[in-house]
Structures are given as C-alpha cells and as structure tokens.
Ligand binder design. Structure first.
Ligand SMILES: Nc1ncnc2c1ncn2[C@@H]1O[C@H](COP(=O)(O)OP(=O)(O)OP(=O)(O)O)[C@@H](O)[C@H]1O
Ligand SMILES: [Mg+2]
Length: 438
C-alpha cells in the first residue's frame, strides 16, 4: 500500500523485506529518504536508522510507530530519525513527510555547494576585454557552452581560466546544475582521490561514514578540474575512465556509479610537453583537449589593461570608501607598459595596493610599486613564441620590420622616397608594406 501511494506520488521506490536486506540496500545505493517500521524481521528499525546514517550522514529517515508508541518515536528521533508516522499510516501525511524530507536533503546538498562556492567568489565578476585576441576566446567559450564537449582552458597564471570556466557553465544548459571546482595541485594525492570520488564507510581508518565526492556533486552540472597538469598518474587513469565511460567508484566502494557531467579542465603548464615527457597520459590529453581554448596573456592585449584597471579601481575604491580615486596620466602609461607576468590577478593586486597607498585622489606611478623589468623587455613579452620556429620567425620579422619602417618614415619626415632609400627598398616595395593588411 505504501509503495503504491509513493509511486503514484512520483517517487521511485525500493523495498526491503527485512532489516538485513535493508542494510545491504542502504550500503549499496543512494536514497534521498528512508521509511522504516521499528519492528522488523531480522532486526529493528534502529539498525536501519544506523545503516542509513552511515551511508549518508544527512539521510532522512522516517519511522513508523504503533499508535500511542510515543516512547519509541522519541527514541527513534534521538537515534537520528527525522520524523515519525503513526500506524495506520495516513497517506496524505505520508506524502507530506516524504516530500519534505526529500526537499530538506536537496537543500543540504545545495548548502554544501553554496558554502564552498561562497568562499571562492562573491558573485561572478563581469568578464572584461575588447582586445580581438580575447574576444576570440569569449566566442570560443560561447560555442563550447552551446555544446556539451569537454573543454581545456590554457593560459598563464591569472589570465582568467577559472572565471571563464564559470562563465562557460553559466552560459550552458547545465547552468541550473552545480559548478564544482577542485584544484588538483592544492591537495595531496590520497586526499584528492577522496575529494574527487568520495569514499565508503570503512574505506580506511577514520572513514566513519560514507562521503560523497565532488564528481557526484557535479552530477547534472560542470566539474572544473583546475591545474590538471599536476594530476598524479593513478588519478589520471581514473579521470580518463570518468571522461570515457562516465563512471567511477567511491574509494573502497564496489559499486560502479554513473554520472552525467561536463568536464572543464585548466592548466598553465604545457600539457603537450608533459605528454612528451610521459608525465601526462596522451589518451587523457586527447580526451580533454577536444575543445581547447587558449587565453592570451595580458601583455598581448595591452589595449584591455586600462579598462581592467579602472573597473577594478572603481569597485575597490567603493569598498574602501575612497570614491573618486583615479590614475594620473603617467600612471596609465606605466600600467599599459608593464609586462604583467601575473596577468589580471597581478593587475588587480597592484590596483588594490595603489588605492591604499595613494596620498590624494590621484594615483601616481610610484604608488603602483612596479618592479622595472630586469634587463629590459624579454623577447617573450614582445613576440608570441608559440607554434613552429617558422611561425615565430615570421612574427618576429614582421614586428621588427614594422618598427624599422615606422622609424625610417619618422626620420625622413614622412618622405617615402627618402625612407625607402634608407631601408634599401624600392618606393613601390615600401608602399606595399605601408598598405594596411595586404
Ligand atoms: N577578463 C577579465 N575580466 C575581469 N576580471 C578578470 C578577467 N580575467 C581575470 N579576471 C580576474 O582576475 C583574477 C584571476 O582570474 P582567475 O582566477 O580566473 O585566473 P586563473 O587563470 O584561474 O589563474 P591561476 O592559474 O593563477 O589559477 C580573478 O579575480 C578574476 O575575476
Ligand atoms: Mg585558477
């Protein structure tokens, strides 16, 4: 009768004929709510409460007690039951309690996620950047969001990998699901496996209850694996299986669990090189990099520096109660010219520091506390060194030529014939090179 009522109410129901079967079911499965009598063949309802709470510390257990069995009900609640029903069971009351129990379970899961999330962000900041290289990146994020492919975000430290991973999730059909992030470099291998896949009770000393891992929490949403390049070989194999088969086991678990998630990975390492040196599995690399997105460093989109700096200054000045803070002309120049090896994060930190150090409302270059780049500009700050040697040479040559032509034209006072002679070019050849984008 109970089963029929619950199924009619839209719940999926598993049954156990006695306490023994119930324990086995609970250890193996994932249940949002448990309904049990207190007197059962092969044990008591208290065994079931205990088993349910071992399986999931937040399990919602509802016990059924005989009419007038108030003492039993109180004992059951003390043992961890959420609520009780008196027999004969009133179906409306049953539906109400089960519905409420499931809602509570769902909210607890969300709270865990929210708590973790809140620590990392205070609202998703706006993604800023008009530079064509960065716009390309944003278009790629939008394309990826429209599909369900795995995405690999690469870029130097502080370029916005995590920010774009979150944006990707927000833009995707999974936006209602969870965005679960984990940093593979920040946690030792053993703990990381635990964090990722969870564990069963008794998987090792100290595993007193089942723990649900990040992979399970990301079900229906997006799993963000940050610094994937630091993943130990044994875990690489497990992530490969997760990506390929969409299944995994909890640590110490025999049951294979299925998940539905999108994987977004990020790294500031050259994964190709890690593959070449056999530190990173090639098969996993191929699986992850179905849709690679490379975020250019800030020094290759200098046009965005001021916008990023000003936006951050405004937000930060508001927090400090120093409205009206602004950069002086010379400060703007210094900001744009700096190489920003730590990219947007370094820029943000620098702006925050300057906002505090500034004496008046105008921030001076000295307030930025920028270290002059040692030994002049590094070639990598000027020329994009990715790709083949021929690519690099072509880019370096183009940059040097353009600068030499600009100088020659300036020195010749704009006289093309004179500039051409100085450069050893025919006037026609110079004219061709001066034409924008031939
Ligand atoms: N285009 C952008 N617009 C606005 N804020 C940005 C942008 N890019 C990065 N940021 C900000 O810069 C900071 C660093 O970004 P994020 O943490 O996403 O970088 P990351 O690539 O993950 O860095 P790391 O490799 O060091 O973990 C964050 O506060 C982020 O909000
Ligand atoms: Mg990051």
């Amino acid at each position: 009768m109970l089963r029929r009522t619950l199924v009619q109410g839209g719940f999926a129901v598993d049954e156990a004929a006695d306490a023994y079967v119930a324990r086995r079911r609970l250890a193996a499965g994932r249940y949002l709510a448990v309904l049990t009598d207190l007197r059962l063949p092969g044990g008591s309802g208290f065994d079931v409460i205990e088993a349910a709470r071992e399986a999931d510390a937040d399990a919602a257990v509802i016990v059924m007690t005989a009419f007038g069995g108030v003492e039993d009900a109180v004992r059951a609640m003390k043992a961890g039951a959420l609520d009780f029903l008196t027999k004969p069971v009133d179906t409306e009351h049953l539906m109400l309690l089960v519905g409420r129990a499931i809602e509570r379970r769902r909210m607890l899961t969300e709270n865990v996620l929210l708590r973790e999330d809140a620590q990392r962000r205070h609202g998703l900041p706006r993604v800023l950047g008009d530079a064509p290289e960065f716009q390309e990146c944003l278009k790629a994020v939008q394309r990826a969001a429209a599909s369900d492919v795995n995405v690999l975000l690469t870029g130097e430290s502080g370029t916005g990998k995590e920010l774009l991973a979150r944006s990707l999730h927000q833009l995707s059909v999974r936006a209602k699901g969870a965005f679960v992030a984990i940093n593979c470099a920040a946690i030792p291998e053993q703990l990381l496996e635990n964090e990722l896949f969870g564990h069963e009770k008794g998987a090792y000393t100290g595993a007193v209850a089942r723990k649900v891992g990040k992979v399970e929490l990301a079900h229906g949403g997006t799993l963000f694996l940050d610094e994937i390049g630091e993943l130990a070989p044994a875990l690489q194999a497990k992530i490969l299986r997760l990506v390929q088969e969409r299944e995994f086991e909890r640590v110490g678990g025999l049951q294979t669990l299925a998940v539905d998630l999108r994987l977004v990975a990020a790294t500031n390492r050259d994964l190709r090189a890690a593959v070449a040196s056999r530190e990173f599995r090639e098969d996993l690399f191929f699986r992850l990099s179905v849709f690679p997105i490379e975020i250019p460093p800030l020094r290759r989109r200098r046009g965005d520096v001021l916008r990023l700096a000003e936006e951050h200054l405004e937000r930060h000045a508001r927090e400090l109660g120093r409205r009206g803070l602004r950069f002086s002309e010379a400060t703007c120049k210094a900001l744009v010219e700096h190489a920003w090896p730590g990219n947007v994060r370094e820029l943000h930190n620098c702006v925050e520091r300057a906002a505090i150090l500034a004496k008046g409302l105008e921030i001076q270059p000295a307030d930025l506390r920028l270290e002059p780049a040692a030994g002049g500009p590094r070639i990598a700050d000027v020329v994009d060194l990715s790709g083949t040697l021929a690519d690099v040479t072509r880019r370096a040559t183009a940059l040097a030529e353009a600068e030499a032509i600009r100088l020659a034209m300036a020195e010749a006072g704009g006289d093309r014939a004179a500039a051409a002679e100085r450069l050893g070019l025919s006037p026609q050849a110079l004219a061709r090179r001066l034409k924008p984008e031939s």
